[in-house]
Ligand binder design. Sequence first.
Ligand code: FAQ
Length: 302
Amino acid sequence: MYTQGLDIPGGEPGAGNSAAKGKPQTTEPAELQADFDAKMAADRKIEPQDWMPEAYRKTLIRQISQHDHSEIVGMLPEGNWISRAPSLKRKAILLAKVQDEGGHGLYLSSAAETLNASRDDMIDALQTGKAKYFSIFNYSTPTWAAVGVIGWLVDGAAIMNQIPLCRCSYGPYARAMIRICKEESFHQRQGLELLLNMMQGTEAQRAMVQEAVNRWWRPVLMMFGPPDAESVHSSQAQAWGIKRISNDDLRQKFIDAAVQQAEVLGVGFPDPDLKWNAERGHHDFCAIDWDEFWNVVGGNGP
Ligand code: FAQ
């Protein structure tokens, strides 16, 4: 596993960025741990110069670097469409969006570097398969409508997942997420607006939108990660204030919001079980194919 397998150079075991100012008052492990625990209990931020447990540091490097890789790999399916955008306006919007994703990758690499992770090691972990990137970016974009669906649903799911990360216990990650979320909301809006335009167009354009929604809906639901019962990192990440809301709860919030937006757009989702459950106060939806998810994560996707 990446958190255990990657030997990141620099810093004493358990230290943050030792080059930074503000040395701890004590070097006794029990006192350092007690100080860290007190910050967690008080919901205070951990900063690079603070002492932190080695497992906390490695968990953050795993998550932040995978997030970074997802932003960079996520540029590829949309980048393909820049030279084929149907108008100057759409081309300018798409160019700005793809550049933003590259910028997000840079903020995140910088946040990981404050934990003494080197960019070379992070890239190496990606290329040797130790580090992951979001499974969604393995799905293809054969039509212009897919570009709109990426904005509406993929960025929409990303925002749902990333807003709670603005309150992450690690300061540099939390602060990077605030700016990223602002930019992601432009990305989601441009996708929705692109699709609204197409839905007001010809029959063929409406069919193209529905076809793209049909292909992307289920993979988008997988973006939130495995079900809580199978999420190996969740309980520790929640105890450390890295993860604030569980995978399943975020997925449910996203579905409830997306159903309302689909009504405005005039598209349906390919799920016969999708219906409002008054007792739960949420929409029910059909089982997700987790074998497909793990296959795609393992490199055997489309
Ligand atoms: N794809 O125990 P958990 C964007 C892995 S991109 C692939 O639940 P955790 C830019 C997970 O890593 C959005 N693998 O793990 C854009 C772990 O494997 P590991 C990027 C996944 O960390 C948009 C294993 O499954 N956002 O916005 C996925 O507690 C549009 C067990 O999972 C982030 O990265 C997946 N979807 O929770 C660009 C958000 N999900 O590491 C262009 C930050 C899980 O043991 C167009 N990350 N896995 O080998 C997180 O919030 C968390 O890491 C989760 C997973 C929620 C993704």
